[in-house]
Design a protein around this ligand. Structure first.
Ligand SMILES: Nc1nc2c(c(=O)[nH]1)N[C@H]1C(S)=C(S)[C@@H](COP(=O)(O)OP(=O)(O)OC[C@H]3O[C@@H](n4cnc5c(=O)[nH]c(N)nc54)[C@H](O)[C@@H]3O)O[C@H]1N2
Ligand SMILES: Nc1nc2c(c(=O)[nH]1)N[C@H]1C(S)=C(S)[C@@H](COP(=O)(O)OP(=O)(O)OC[C@H]3O[C@@H](n4cnc5c(=O)[nH]c(N)nc54)[C@H](O)[C@@H]3O)O[C@H]1N2
Ligand SMILES: [Mo]
Length: 766
């Protein structure tokens, strides 16, 4: 695998021909081109499967509702290459550790259950029943149920995750660390505090009615490409799109619809953002505070002049609580502080406020640029405050829209994958299944890794995902995994976590979303929930590569059966017919009445959202304004660490899955070890574009965190701010620094210093 490396700015619009070319290349180059063509045509269709890419919704209107990156996700899954015992006969685990994440996943699909043999340092075949018996034995031998960690990555279906949480709770633990702990946790937490529901309040069709859409800290051109269609339609009909993003992201500037032939062959790209602001990393709370301050000025001037105010007084009086506390905070925050922290001028924020003021219907969307900071909950709540001020909730074309990551991460939470479960969920499970669920909160992801480091974890089950590469502080996380008793990885593809076996380790190969899932009662479908709380069915169509691959639902059911027995609940019968699981879901979770019947509704059904109906389950029974002070510092850097680094995704990756080494829209080709920096900062360091540097985190706990030999790329980014790709820079993210009230690692604000790369050992020897 040789890649040509280059840095050359990308001048075209996002989408367009580049996107079509890339999709075609991925399909043709995939090891299963015909099957992949067929798959793409069935994706997101009534009788097809849900795209395993992102959690954006479907409008069921476009003829081809897939995007370039969805196509990559599908073709990556449908390869003919296989990783089995034969593969491990050729590669020891230690040797594989030296390989890149790209190499590992490229080796193909896992096709038989495997057990790690420490003597040979290889994974070797094990029969499914022996694997389940081993798991049951090790769990039964634990001193207490909290020695078990049950990790979930957000692709697992509603059916699999419902069984998984039930199994854990019947055993007696709430240890459900999940990818959401590293992702949108702050959105759930902040929204719950403000409006009583930890989910977004908008529908996909609200984007057709909004007058203004504010997009905070999100790169939809790469991570939610189908969102660009919604933004483009909105912009075309005159809606204002105001972007707050530290980087200039091409997808937020111009977009040509790759599914409209005319736009592909002519320069018909549409402008997306009507205004584009580049705040400092972590500066969004200050930016929104500045907008609110400008609006409050206007309001007071109007009232003093006897004119009507600009806020939605009726909404505020009837539906909200605590506005005075927030106004006091706004008055106490100086423009000087706002400008310094946000990096934006008073004038810019007054301009943004004017767009908000002139719009009758406003949507705010956001993603990781908001949620992966220390003060993320406060920022989510500040955005919510702004929306409450205008009554932009509970009416068409307006609302709050955290844009979720993994395709079913929202559904996982709805199903009870939650280390701090609501009492109502536990009460309902207790009643329906007649057992006593544990009430004390369990571990989130960082807490689980810390427990592993303390040797407290006897068994780790990972339902998908790749903790070794996704979690912060890579060397410590890897060590943590190896300190577990038994690690069980339920996965589609080989990844770094498998190479970090506990004292014992199993790899259990599972079916992907695109594949046919046959059980005793016939072909099964599963269900998922998107960012708009739409639940819909997904049915795989591809023939599995091996008869040894089993569905996630069946694997979880067998583990539960082997461990707990089936006298109380017939786990295997549930795996025979997923409709039976849906009946239990219907009986225990709100919003799922008649679940099985409603799976036939075209496009799925809406779970509802109490806050969107202006019902607020908060202490006051109303939407709560928050009154948090701005943080003293976004990222306590100091002289020792003059830069703040964010870790983000390239265009050719899905989290820790690296599809290729290009990041087309940012002009990076054939490489990933780059550091984006403002050209004046490069000059101030006495360096040049293209020079190699080492990056080190400012020490807070005496641990050296350093990555080496990154290439400087001059980029349109505010001075003092840096960006580099995840997971390569995860060694810089401290496990010990996480969001207030969330436990989410602060992957978007790492204080670092940058120095000229030291000659590397191998170079010196040469
Ligand atoms: N193709 C593809 N699709 C994906 C994924 C993928 O890896 N590949 N991952 C999925 C998952 S799990 C998730 S969570 C989402 C992630 O979707 P995003 O949140 O879009 O992902 P990131 O690449 O982390 O991008 C963060 C964006 O926020 C900006 N940003 C960073 N910090 C700040 C800040 O402090 N303020 C502001 N205003 N902007 C900031 C960055 O410049 C960047 O544009 O995408 C999902 N979809
Ligand atoms: N520094 C830094 N760290 C981050 C982030 C960041 O922005 N910066 N982002 C964070 C975010 S938002 C997230 S969501 C996490 C992601 O964390 P994870 O969800 O743990 O990681 P993924 O890379 O999505 O997991 C990929 C693996 O999942 C398995 N897989 C794929 N499809 C399936 C399937 O259908 N079933 C099963 N069982 N397995 C499957 C494959 O084996 C693949 O190797 O990373 C977080 N880490
Ligand atoms: Mo995520």
């Amino acid at each position: 695998m040789k890649f040509k490396s280059a840095i050359k700015p990308y001048h075209a619009a996002a989408g367009g021909l580049g996107s079509l070319e890339a999709t075609t290349r991925f399909v043709i180059d995939s090891k299963n081109a015909l099957k992949n063509m067929r798959n793409l045509l069935r994706m997101n269709k009534a009788r097809g499967f849900d795209c395993p890419g992102c959690a954006w919704g479907d409008d069921n209107k476009s003829t081809f509702s897939f995007c370039e990156n969805g196509a990559k996700a599908v073709t990556w899954e449908a390869t003919r290459r296989q990783v089995d015992a034969g593969f491990f006969a050729q590669h020891s685990v230690s040797a594989l550790r030296q390989q890149s994440d790209y190499f590992l996943e490229y080796q193909g699909r896992l096709t038989e259950p495997l057990r790690y043999n420490v003597t040979t340092d290889r994974y070797e075949p094990i029969a499914w029943d022996d694997a389940f018996a081993l798991i049951a034995q090790r769990i039964q031998a634990m001193d207490n149920p909290n020695q078990l960690e049950l990790y979930t990555s957000g692709r697992a279906s509603n059916e699999a995750s419902y069984l998984y949480q039930l199994f854990g709770r019947m055993l007696g633990t709430n240890n459900f660390p999940d990818c959401s702990n590293m992702c949108h946790e702050a959105s759930g937490t902040g929204l719950k505090q403000s409006i009583g529901v930890g989910k977004g309040t908008v529908h996909l069709n609200d984007f057709e009615q909004a007058d203004a859409i504010f997009v905070f800290g999100q790169n939809p051109g790469t991570n939610h490409p189908r969102m660009l269609h919604s933004l483009r339609h909105a912009a075309d009909r005159g809606a204002q799109i105001v972007t707050f993003n530290t980087l200039r992201e091409r997808g937020l500037e111009r977009f040509a619809d790759p599914q409209k032939p005319l736009e592909v062959v002519t320069p018909m790209a549409g402008t997306i953002s009507s205004a584009y602001y580049q705040p400092n990393l972590g500066g969004d709370m200050a930016a929104v505070r500045g907008m609110a301050k400008a609006l409050l000025d206007t309001q007071r001037q109007r009232i003093a002049a006897g004119e009507p105010g600009i806020f939605d007084e009726a909404f505020i009086n009837q539906h909200t609580h605590g506005i005075d506390g927030w106004f006091a905070q706004i008055d106490a925050t100086s423009w000087q502080t706002i400008e310094r922290q946000s990096g934006l001028s008073e004038q810019q924020l007054r301009d943004a406020a004017r767009v908000w003021q002139q719009a009758k219907r406003v949507i705010c969307t956001w993603a990781m640029g908001i949620t992966q900071h220390k003060h993320s909950v406060a920022t989510v709540r500040e955005i919510t405050n702004l929306q409450l001020l205008g009554g932009h909730l509970g009416k068409p074309g307006a609302g709050l829209c955290p844009v979720r990551g993994h395709s079913n991460v929202q559904g996982n939470r709805t199903m009870g994958i939650d280390e701090k479960p609501p009492a109502a969920l536990l009460d309902s499970l207790a009643r329906h299944f007649d057992f006593t669920p544990p009430r004390e909160p369990g571990h989130h992801t960082v807490a689980a890794i810390e427990a592993m480091l303390r040797d407290e974890v006897k068994v780790l089950i990972a339902l998908g995902g790749n903790l070794a590469a996704a979690a912060p502080d890579t060397p410590r996380t890897c060590e943590a995994l190896t300190r577990c008793g038994l690690t069980i990885y339920i996965s589609t593809k080989l990844n770094r976590s498998h190479l970090m076996p506990g004292a014992e380790s199993l790899i259990l190969p599972t079916l992907g979303r695109t594949e046919e899932d046959m059980q005793a009662s016939g072909r099964q479908f599963i269900t998922v929930e998107d960012s708009f709380s739409m639940v819909h069915a997904s049915e795989g169509i591809g023939k599995p590569l091996s008869t040894q691959q089993r569905s996630e639902t069946a694997i979880v059911a067998h583990i539960a059966h082997a461990t707990l027995g089936s006298s109380k609940l017939d786990w295997l019968a549930l795996a025979d017919d997923y409709g039976r699981i849906r009946d239990h879901i219907a009986a225990t979770l709100p919003g799922f009445d008649n679940f099985n019947a409603r799976c036939d509704e075209p496009g799925g059904f809406w779970l509802g959202n109490a806050a969107a109906a202006l019902r607020f389950s908060t202490p006051s029974g109303k939407a709560e304004f928050s009154a948090a002070a701005l943080p003293d510092s976004v990222c306590p850097a100091g002289d020792d660490a003059p830069f703040v680094l964010q870790t983000l995704r390239s265009h050719d990756q899905y989290n820790t899955t690296i599809y290729g080494l290009d990041d087309r829209y940012r002009g990076v080709y054939g490489q990933r070890d780059v550091l984006f920096m403002h050209e004046d900062d490069i000059a101030a360091l006495g360096l040049h574009d293209g020079d190699r540097v080492d990056i080190e985190t400012a020490a807070t706990d005496g641990i050296l965190r350093r990555v080496e030999n990154f290439k400087l790329v001059a980029y349109d980014i505010p001075r003092g701010n840096l960006a580099a790709y995840y997971p390569e820079t995860n060694p810089l993210v401290p496990l010990s620094r996480f969001g207030d009230g969330t436990g989410t690692p602060t992957s978007k604000s790492i204080p670092v210093k940058v120095t000229v790369a030291q000659p590397r050992v191998s170079a010196r020897i040469a």
